[in-house]
Ligand binder design. Structure first.
Ligand SMILES: [Zn+2]
Ligand SMILES: [Zn+2]
Length: 146
């Protein structure tokens, strides 16, 4: 499920792009169609497909924290698709409808490496993540030297 985005230039709100509302909620002036966007939940899965790495989620005392494996200094496995600008969606008839981008098959990203290399990096990401979690949960004085 994708949402239309509208650009509001009436100046009522500081944010230019409004999600899913064609008219400005304050003055009712119609905005300008600004393309398609996926829902937040989809965006999370989407970012995963876009970077090629799993998205890790931790619960902290401040709430949920999401981060990709790029945090571990691994190279990006994909690059942004130029045709759809990374959204994975192409507009049909100026907001009438949308379709999945045929260049990236709706991923928003195109692979930088052959599948076996990508697999290796994804595996490395999971191992680094596991080590990271170990280091944090074994926080009984930090005595984790071999
Ligand atoms: Zn307005
Ligand atoms: Zn694309």
């Amino acid at each position: 499920m994708a949402h239309r985005m509208w650009k509001h230039t009436c100046g009522c709100d500081r944010s230019y792009i409004a999600w899913g509302s064609e008219k400005c909620p304050r003055c009712g002036k119609p905005g300008e169609f600004a393309g398609w966007s996926r829902s937040v939940v989809e965006m999370m899965g989407h970012s995963e497909r876009r970077t090629g790495y799993p998205l890790f989620t931790d619960q902290t005392e401040y709430g949920w924290r999401h981060y990709g494996a790029d945090r571990y200094g691994l190279p990006p496995l994909k690059h942004e698709c130029a045709k759809c600008g990374g959204s994975g969606l192409l507009d049909i008839g100026n907001g009438q409808d949308y379709k999945s981008c045929d260049q990236c098959h709706g991923d928003g990203g195109l692979p930088n490496y052959p599948p076996d290399v990508m697999n290796k990096y994804q595996q490395m990401a999971l191992e680094l993540r596991a080590r990271d979690l170990d280091a944090r949960s074994g926080g009984s004085g930090g005595r984790s030297k071999p």
